[in-house]
Structures are given as C-alpha cells and as structure tokens.
Ligand binder design. Sequence first.
Ligand code: GLA
Length: 382
Amino acid sequence: MNTELVQKIKRSFIDTYKTEPLMIFSPGRINIIGEHTDYNDGFVFPAAVNKGIVAGIHKSDSGKSTAFAVDKDEKIEFSLDSLKPATAGSWENYILGVVAEIQNRSKIIGNFNIAFGGDIPGGAGMSSSAALENSVVFGLNELFNLGLSKEEMILISQKAEHNYVGVKCGIMDQYASMFGIENHALLLDCRTVKAKPYKIDFKDYELILINTNVKHSLSDSAYNDRRSVCESIADMLKVKALRDATEYDLESIKANVTPENYQKALYVIQENNRVVAASKAMEADDLKTLGALIYASHEGLQNQYKVSCDELDFLVAQAKLNGHVLGARMMGGGFGGCTINLVAKNESEAFQTQVSKVYKEKFNKECSIYAVKLSEGTHLIK
Ligand code: GLA
C-alpha cells in the first residue's frame, strides 16, 4: 500500500472536515486467467494487489452526507433519504449505489463524510470501481456497526454496480478486492462464491501489467450485451448457466444461434475449462502450460468473445515474439486497460524497454508498466 497516498487522503480529510477519519485501504485486482466466466457461474483466478483505493470516513452531524474525490477535487453532497443515481459514468454512483444497497437491506446508517483517492487508473481493467465500492461498504459497516459479513458486503458492492453504475458485472472483482491474501491468488468458484488460495511463487518468472492507456468503459452496453447472450444460450441449453454446459451440448443447438453468438458461448465454455487446467498447471509448477493457457485465453477474448482492441492485441503479439514471455493476455472486461504477462525475471527489463518503444512507434502514445505485489484484501489502516 502506498503510504504517501494514505497521508494525502488523511490530510485532505482533516483539512476539509476538521476531524480524524477512519482510514480504509481497498485493493484493485489482477486476474491470472478466467475472463467473462464469473457471470456464467464459472471459475476465475484473481488476486488483490498493493494498489487500490484509500478512503477516510467519519460520521457527520451536519444533517447531510458528502463525498470528496480528492484526485479529481470534486465534492458532492447528498441526503440519505432521497438517493437516486447520478449522471451515467460519474464516480458518484459507486458511492450512492453502495449507500442505497445498504438501505435496501434495511440497515440504518447516519450521515457521513468520505474522502478517497487511488493509485490505479480508472478503466485499466484492475477494478478501481470494485475497490471503491468495497471501501465505502467496509467503512460504513465499521462506522455504524452494521454487522455485515464480508460476503454480504461484496454483494452490496456488486448490486451498486448493477443498479447505480449500470454494469451487470459478476462477483470476481468485489470478491478479489475484499478477500485478497498476501502472496496468494484465489481460485474462485463464482457459483458457490468460495475460493481456494494458491501461494504464488513463479520462481524465475514474474507477472507484469502493461497498460495500453486506452480507457475502457464497461457501462457501455458491450458488457451487458455479452452477458445476455450467455444467459439466452444457457436458457436454450436448459442449464442454469454456461458453466454447466459442454462444447458437445453447445454443438447440439448450433443451427439455432448466430455464428457470432455460438463463438461467444464456446469461448466461455473453453475459458472455464482453461481456468481449471491453469490451476492444475500451477499445482504442478508447470509454467509453460500455464503460459500457453494464458495466450489461448487472449485468442478467445480477441477472436471469439470480441472484447479486445488493437492496442491489447499488439501488446500480446509483441509478447509472443519474445521467447521469454510464457503467456500474455488482456485482463478484465476488455476494450482497453492492461495486459498481464508472465515473463522471465532476468529478461523482464529488456522486454519492457522493447515493448514500450514499439508501442510508442505504432500508436504514438505511451504504455505504462506496473509490477504487482499480491496483497491483503479490504482492511482498516491502523
Ligand atoms: C469486469 C467485471 C467482472 C468480470 C470481468 C471480466 O471486471 O466487473 O465481473 O466479468 O469484467 O472477466
């Protein structure tokens, strides 16, 4: 966690509200493999990272509540008894949505002030939104002794995203951010919402993220459209979710769906199988197989599920040209954000220099590279 960021948010809070806040850190996440499988009740393999959202929160006796986005220097005021979504695409909905969903569960909260800032760029595919939602619900739970379990908190965060932000997301991001474990990734079954932690030590290899600096916007209907395609195909197959279908099952209705939708469902079924295969490869310390699965995941995201973009495809193609990168793929919802790369440690710097150079030449803009540390989930900062 970034101590400068903590100091900055704390100072802003004290300057603005003249009192000491409760401080919370809520991390973003990476995902090793398993993209767009979460809302199909499938498997994912995320981990919380040491970057995310820092929030300061305190009760307010002014008769209203406020939220202060320190990085944007924007502040809103709202009343707890007349909540409604703000303009689509605005940060406010992450906060208002969480408050509204807490109220929907008949939990009583009083007025509060919250100030927050972060060190993951929005739209990077690292779930700054889930980190923010979790920091709000976690903070309010502490402040007003709501007695919510972490399981309940992540469902509140997810509902905020569905109903206020307008993205019908799965549970991966909120889960990983809340339940992260230092040095571990989580093999999460999104049907049971239970995870098996895997200690991550890739020995001579490391994970790095390369941000295209193309900002995706999930609220854009592409995400929700894909979810509804998956659900309608699951209906046709008479299964609860695509997680329950095999390639063979899908074949049986091939004539009744468009080739595009067939490929999307096929991608989901295959990606879900890849996550399970990846967990086995990790148990066997077989990084070559893991890397191949990661490349295959990108292939599917690019050509079948169609959620990639030129910049992401270029970065993955560059990784493939380099014999020291075992696997690379786009990460998160898609249409921009980061690739995740499994790279030999002693060749990583050379790869980073090379990829930055050719990216600049090709797109006339910079990419950003992040090393990640797998970290603890949402928690109070002591
Ligand atoms: C976004 C959503 C997640 C998940 C990913 C794709 O991050 O919030 O629920 O669906 O996209 O894997």
